[in-house]
Every structure is written in structure tokens, then in C-alpha cells.
Design a protein around this ligand. Structure first.
Ligand code: NAP
Length: 287
């Protein structure tokens, strides 16, 4: 029950009404018996600084940050944790008294989803990461730090690919689509698969890679979680290849934020169940 003593947190972004974060965090607070509440705030582009002034003045405990504010919010913060500083992107802000600290929990969330949900340690494995945007950079950096043997970035634009590959350090390099057939794990970090990329000719959305390049024994991780099974994952499965979707990463990046804000262990099962329920509800609304 919300009272005058309830502590508050939230997410800023645009668009934000589709966000699963309110369902995930409110379920987590409830399962942990914490008197906290979490809301979604639609913050226009260019207004992240004003939103942070609001966090300070209203005393929110923390906020999640999503597009288009992940980089812009930085100038309104007092400190950055390592990942956020290196990536130049923040997805979680924690308030400690009057100090606002920016974190980036996407990379650790990705690695946790492999280790904890899939029983797969990235150490010693080779990865091909398709895409070179914010998610790809976080994943590439986390894989480099987790001891991956090689991280090959495959992207349509060369400059971003170079920049992303550098985040893995010595094990990172830019590659071509054919390299994905050689990696132990292929990660789709492009939006292809969400059904939002519309071609000018009206053709169906392309896949991030030709599935014919995939080999038996590989694992395909698609950061997209809606739909739960993308055309790439479906094609991989048809070839007998194990697939993982992005819901685990979403839950585990939220789990890191929960831990940072509350200093308590996150109730992962309650968070996953809430995300799945919210996705089912969204699916029903769309039909
Ligand atoms: P982003 O910064 O916009 O980067 C998108 C990347 O995809 C860019 O490298 C871009 O290539 C490439 N791309 C976009 N459209 C393409 C196309 N038509 N053909 C080939 N490449 C294309 O996006 P992001 O924030 O990294 O997000 C990427 C995906 O990850 C999204 O689907 C997002 O929902 C998902 N994601 C999931 C989680 C999770 O928790 N599961 C977290 C974060 C993101 P260029 O460099 O050439 O432009």
C-alpha cells in the first residue's frame, strides 16, 4: 500500500509507455517486502537534465534511463561508475544523499543471463556480435571482461564497428557476416527481428545475418525479446541450433539496478514472472 513513507523510483525515456520496467520493479519491491514504488516518466529529448533536477528535488531513490537519454543524462550527474564512464552511456542512476551516480548495467546483465539462466560461462568462448550500437558496445565490453577468447563485431557501418570492437580490448576485432559461422555464440544486437525496420520497397524486414551461415553446435542469442522468437531465432532452431532471447538480459540488468538502489538481493523469479505477464498483456492488447 502506497503511503507517505513510500520510497520512489522510476524510468525516464521516450517512448516509455511500452516499458516493462514498472512491472518488473514493482513486482521486485513487492516480493521483497519493500515499501517502494516505480513509475514510468515520459521525458522529451533534451530534458534529461531537468529530469535529474526532479530526481534531486523530489528525492527519488533512483531512475532507470532509456532512449533517448542514455548519453545526454551524463552531464547532469555527479559521478559515473566504471562501465558507464567507459561506454559513455547510463541506464541506471542511483541517488546517494545529494549525489547522483550513473551506472550501466546492460553488459553485466547480459553476462549474468548467460551464466545464471543458460549455465554458459563466456570465458574461453568466441562470440560474433551483430550490430555496433549502445547494446552491442555494452555486450562487447562485458564479454571482453568476462574472458571471451574472441569478440568479432559485424555491422553494416565500418566506423561504429571499429569503435564497438575496441571495447573488448585485445580479443575484439571487426569481422564480416561469414565470421559469425565460426563463432561459438552469435549475438544479435541490432533491432532486426522486432518488426520495426520498414523497407522502402515494402519487403519484409531482413534478418541480421543469413541463417544459412549458422552451424550446428552454435548458440544464437537475440537481444530482442518481443517477439519472444525472432525470425532469426526461428531459422536457427529449424537448423537445430540452441537459441536464447533478450528477456534474461532485461531481467538481469534490472536486477543490478535493484541491488544498487536497495542493497538487497533481487527476487529474480518474481521479476521474470512479472515481465512475462506484462508481455502477454501487451500481446493481447496488440490483437
Ligand atoms: P542502436 O544503438 O540504435 O544500434 C542499432 C545497431 O543495429 C546499429 O549498429 C545499426 O547499424 C544496426 N542496425 C539498425 N538497423 C539495421 C538494419 N536495417 N540493417 C543492419 N543493421 C542495422 O540500438 P541499441 O540500443 O544498441 O539496441 C539494439 C537492439 O538491442 C534493440 O533491438 C534493442 O531492443 C535491444 N536491446 C535489448 C536489451 C535487453 O535487455 N534485452 C537491452 C538493450 C537493447 P549502424 O551502426 O550501421 O547504424
Amino acid at each position: 500500500m502506497i503511503s507517505g513513507a513510500t520510497r520512489s523510483a522510476g524510468v525516464i525515456g521516450l517512448p516509455i509507455r511500452h516499458s516493462l520496467s514498472p512491472a518488473i520493479f514493482n513486482a521486485a519491491f513487492s516480493a521483497s517486502g519493500l515499501d517502494w514504488a516505480y513509475l514510468a516518466f515520459e521525458v522529451p529529448e533534451g530534458a534529461a537534465g531537468l529530469a535529474m533536477a526532479g530526481v534531486r528535488s523530489l528525492g527519488l531513490e533512483g531512475v532507470s534511463v532509456t532512449m533517448p537519454h542514455k548519453a545526454a543524462v551524463i552531464s547532469a550527474l555527479d559521478e559515473l561508475a566504471d562501465d558507464a564512464d567507459a561506454l559513455g552511456a547510463v541506464n541506471c542512476v542511483a541517488r546517494r544523499g545529494t549525489t547522483l551516480i550513473g551506472h550501466n548495467t546492460d553488459g553485466p546483465g547480459f553476462v549474468d543471463s548467460l551464466r545464471l539462466d543458460e549455465g554458459m560461462d563466456p570465458a574461453g568462448r568466441s562470440f560474433a556480435v551483430l550490430g555496433a550500437g549502445g547494446a552491442a558496445r555494452a555486450v562487447v565490453r562485458a564479454l571482453g571482461r568476462a574472458g571471451a577468447s574472441e569478440v568479432v563485431v559485424v555491422n553494416r557501418s565500418a566506423g561504429p564497428a571499429e569503435q564497438a570492437a575496441a571495447f573488448a580490448g585485445a580479443v575484439g576485432r571487426v569481422g564480416v557476416a561469414e565470421d559469425a559461422g565460426e563463432a561459438d555464440v552469435v549475438v544479435n544486437a541490432t533491432p532486426l527481428g522486432m518488426g520495426i525496420v520498414v523497407s522502402r520497397t515494402g519487403d519484409p524486414e531482413p534478418m541480421p545475418i543469413d541463417p544459412a551461415l549458422l552451424q550446428a553446435g552454435q548458440i544464437v542469442v537475440d537481444l530482442v525479446y518481443h517477439p519472444a522468437l525472432t525470425p532469426l531465432a526461428e531459422a536457427a532452431r529449424a537448423r537445430g541450433i540452441r537459441t536464447v532471447n533478450g528477456l534474461g538480459m532485461l531481467i538481469h540488468q534490472a536486477a543490478h539496478a535493484f541491488r544498487t538502489w536497495t542493497s538487497e538481493e533481487p527476487p529474480l523469479e518474481a521479476m521474470s514472472a512479472a515481465a512475462v505477464a506484462a508481455l502477454l498483456h501487451r500481446g493481447q492488447e496488440m490483437h
